[in-house]
Design a protein around this ligand. Structure first.
Ligand code: E4P
Length: 215
């Protein structure tokens, strides 16, 4: 499973990229606003680092507007995936952009039928928001299970990008279900390599090493 960071903070991306575990980055208008920086500056800085998949979201609400924004974004850098919302207009725009060879990430997906439609119009990624479903008392992981089944049934090439991740158990469950990608905040990704027994074990090894005769 590929691991993506869901952030527009360059420093966070740089740290995970340096660790060698990062496969991509997803952004959205709220994350870009939080960074306090200009949209295209943020996106290009991430692309130039070498991150192979960088999702940048359109903000138009008409298919025509999304297509024109999408074409512009795609032209900025070859690593860019254009994010279109799961609306009838977003589906139309996805069909057009995908037909031109642009890789589209269909976002704000909350049902399996929506995911089916995203695959039918040629989305490269579908982004089901599991944390927001959990927040309102619906099991987000059940949605991932359904999408995995549907995509397997029909051999859709659309990759399932598990989004709105809140904690490491979401990452584990996504991997168990065979999701293609999981995007998460920095706070979740930095927990993945950690285990108290690793720290205790390493401290013991280093202490014992001091007793080994040297020279
Ligand atoms: C995905 O691409 C979105 O940016 C995302 O994961 C939103 O998550 P949130 O529910 O934490 O805002």
């Amino acid at each position: 499973m590929k691991l993506f960071l869901d952030t527009a903070e360059f420093e966070e991306i740089r740290k995970m990229w340096a660790m060698g575990i990062l496969d991509g980055v997803t952004t959205n208008p709220s994350l870009v606003a939080k960074s306090g920086r200009k949209f295209e500056d943020v996106i290009l800085e991430i692309c130039k680092l070498g991150v192979p998949s960088v999702s940048a979201e359109v903000v138009s609400t008409t298919a025509e507007g999304m297509v024109s924004e999408g074409r512009h974004l795609r032209g900025l850098h070859p690593s860019i995936y254009v994010k279109c919302p799961m609306t009838p207009e977003g589906l139309k725009a996805t069909k057009t952009l995908a037909g031109e060879g642009t890789r589209v990430n269909v976002t704000l997906v909350f049902s399996a039928n929506q995911a089916l439609l995203a695959a039918k119009v040629g989305a490269a990624y579908v982004s089901p928001f599991i944390g927001r479903l959990d927040d309102q008392g619906q099991d987000g992981m059940e949605l991932i299970e359904d999408i995995v089944t549907i995509y397997r049934n029909y051999h859709f090439p659309t990759q399932i990008l598990v989004a709105s991740v809140r904690h490491p158990i979401h990452v584990l469950d996504a991997a168990r279900l065979g999701a293609d990608i999981c995007t998460m905040p920095f706070a979740v990704m930095e927990k993945l390599p950690q285990h108290p027994l690793t720290d205790i074990g390493l401290a013991r090894f280093l202490k014992d090493w001091e007793k080994v005769p040297k020279g």
